[in-house]
Design a protein. Structure first.
Length: 114
């Protein structure tokens, strides 16, 4: 039951957003027991953001929520992959890309709880 929310100040074309989503779908399997079957992704571009008092450089925060938990090693590998996707597709340097993880204990779907 993962959810990935990408927020960036970069202006992205529809095709760039689709490539980011496709590549993130491919990355989620880095986390043991997770697949793209239930993965939901949101990509929000053109956000008003600032980092290091800079609002011009492309930047992003990518929030990953998962049902249950994983390991620091798996999160490290996914962070590396996410930063690569954002660099390749949105020109966001790793120095301007945060990736956060939230482990969710209760997750509802289709009228029931996991």
């Amino acid at each position: 039951m993962p959810f990935i929310n990408v927020k960036t100040n970069a202006k992205l074309s529809d095709s760039q957003k689709e490539v980011i989503k496709r590549r993130l779908f491919d990355c989620i399997g880095i986390l043991p027991g997770k697949s793209d079957r239930y993965l939901m992704i949101a990509v929000e571009d053109g956000m008003d953001m600032a980092f290091h008092r800079d609002s011009e450089t492309p930047m992003a925060i990518v929030k990953v929520k998962i049902f249950g938990g994983s390991t620091k090693d798996a999160y490290q590998k996914l962070t590396k992959s996410v930063c690569l996707v954002m660099s390749d597709e949105a020109s966001v340097s790793g120095e301007y890309c945060y990736v956060t993880f939230e482990e969710i204990s209760y997750w509802g779907y289709n009228g029931f709880m996991f």
